[in-house]
Write a protein that binds this ligand. Structure first.
Ligand SMILES: [Mn+2]
Length: 324
């Protein structure tokens, strides 16, 4: 099986958006849910609605649990959220949804500006300036050390992994973005590829902890993150890559703009070929697009051009490598 292009939709996505996605030749969607929507019957009827547009749910997530501050920072109230996470795994398992996502970044993806950049031709993209990010004050009442973050991660894995194994639902761990070791007083969990190895070993190398290979994060970190081509081989041979985020940037840190695939410093065709050559069968998607003009239709439309470009590179790579 080859890589499977995917886009994200929210629960209740407008019918015209689903039709537009279908017309793009997309067959897989990542389904975003609110907490109250994490119910078997609710999701089942949404799966049926999506199927009318030829769309299968390749994974689902609930933002409140995916990047939950209490769980990630090991706060007192994590207990209740971990129970909700366990329930979510059970629900996804009953619906045969193969994986859900986590990211150990309580403050989300950090960027210095969302504005017109040197590479955006008037479009609004995201820009990160390491100096500005590192100068930010701490957000919590104390600093969260590397040990704190690995402790909270280990605790979470200990509570959740048995549910994953029982219900056959995997976890896809996304790196910290940008991949700096410390941001806003919180140490990052995953800021290079060795951190991924550490996470997998904490999970006892269970196949139920996998990764979101965010090409964007690898490129932002450059050599400090790891050798992307070696890492594709290494992690794919272990079956870790569940999802690929296909995104280019203008340069490595300390300063980058998110760019179109064809404009950044990396040769995205070579990266696509490496993925195809490794026989990776993950879903592959655009994680961030330029913020387009709202009147044109919002997120679904913003994703269309970079997703089309991704599909073009994928088909070219498969054709060049004689893989279909
Ligand atoms: Mn990403």
């Amino acid at each position: 099986m080859s890589m499977r292009p995917q886009v994200s939709v929210k629960y209740g996505e407008k019918e015209e958006n689903l039709s537009f996605i279908q017309q793009m030749g997309i067959s897989y969607v990542s389904l975003g849910l609110d907490l109250e929507q994490v119910q078997i019957e609710t999701i089942k009827s949404e799966q049926q609605r999506l199927l009318r547009y030829g769309l299968r749910v390749s994974d689902a997530y609930c933002m409140k649990l995916q990047k939950n501050r209490a769980i990630i920072l090991g706060k007192e109230e994590r207990k209740g959220y971990i129970e909700l996470f366990q329930k979510m795994i059970q629900v996804f398992g009953c619906l045969e949804i193969p994986f859900t996502s986590i990211a150990w970044q309580p403050n989300g993806v950090l960027r210095s500006a969302r504005t017109v950049g040197q590479y955006t031709r008037g479009g609004i993209s995201a820009i990160a300036d390491q100096k500005e990010i590192e100068a930010r004050p701490i957000l919590e009442d104390h600093i969260y050390t590397e040990e704190d973050m690995w402790n909270s991660f280990s605790y979470f894995i200990e509570k959740i992994l048995p549910e994953c194994e029982k219900y056959n639902v995997k976890l896809a761990l996304h790196p910290n973005d940008p991949p700096l070791p410390d941001m806003e007083g919180v140490h990052s969990l995953i800021y290079n590829s060795a951190c991924f190895d550490r996470a997998f070993s904490i999970a006892g190398n269970s196949p139920f902890l996998g990764m979101k290979l965010c090409v964007g994060c690898w490129l932002e970190g450059g050599d400090r993150f790891g050798d992307l081509f070696e890492d594709i081989e290494h992690f794919n041979s272990d079956g870790r890559i569940l999802c690929v985020h296909f995104r280019n940037v203008s340069s490595t840190l300390p300063y980058f703009e998110e760019t179109l695939a064809e404009d950044g410093y990396a040769n995205m065709y070579e990266i696509m070929k490496a993925l195809v050559k490794s026989n990776c069968d993950a879903v592959i998607s655009i994680d961030h697009a330029f913020r387009g003009n709202e009147s044109l239709g919002g997120r679904t439309v913003n994703m269309a051009y970079p997703t089309g470009y991704l599909k073009g590179l994928l088909h070219a790579a498969e054709s060049e490598l004689n893989i279909t």
